[in-house]
Design a protein around this ligand. Structure first.
Ligand code: CUA
Length: 157
């Protein structure tokens, strides 16, 4: 009698542990996904960027006194527009997407760094205080021309 009761208790404990482990793993995977890709910018139809109001004309738009939005397409093997021109002492929010494969978008020497995934819009905000030219590199292997894929941000005085 006693043995059967203990078996039941341990069976319940084992099931609770399994459920607990599964929910931990699921929660962990979700958190990792959010860390890896900044997809706050939403989604977009990767095969119809020319019909999208944000990406049909890649550009920089002024949206406030010192605030700008840059709509950037990363594709094999260029960034468009290139160069991205903004004034000094400005805050620029980049919206970046890709029509073909996964690319990277890193402004050299800064912590501005994101993956660019077809169908998703990566969003990062950067303050540009000093005039100068800042390189952009693709840091995800995207094909034979990957090593040549670069652009620049020109911060004008
Ligand atoms: Cu694009 Cu590497």
């Amino acid at each position: 009698m006693n043995i059967h009761s203990y078996e039941k208790i341990w069976l319940v404990v084992a099931i609770l542990l399994i459920v607990g482990f599964i929910s931990t793993v699921t929660y962990g995977a979700t958190a990792v996904g959010i860390d890896m890709v900044d997809d706050e910018g939403g989604t977009v139809n990767a095969s119809a960027l020319d019909e999208d109001p944000r990406f049909s004309e890649p550009r920089v738009e002024q949206v406030g006194d010192n605030e700008y939005e840059a709509y950037v397409i990363a594709q094999q093997y260029i960034f468009n527009p290139d160069p991205i021109r903004v004034p000094a002492n400005s805050t620029v929010t980049f919206f970046i997407t890709s029509p073909d494969v996964i690319h990277g978008f890193e402004i050299v020497g800064t912590n501005a760094n994101t993956m660019v995934i077809p169908g998703q819009v990566a969003k990062i905000t950067v303050n540009f205080n000093d005039p100068g030219e800042y390189g952009i590199v693709c840091h995800e292997y995207c094909g034979s021309g990957h090593h040549t894929m670069e652009g620049s941000v020109v911060v004008q005085p």
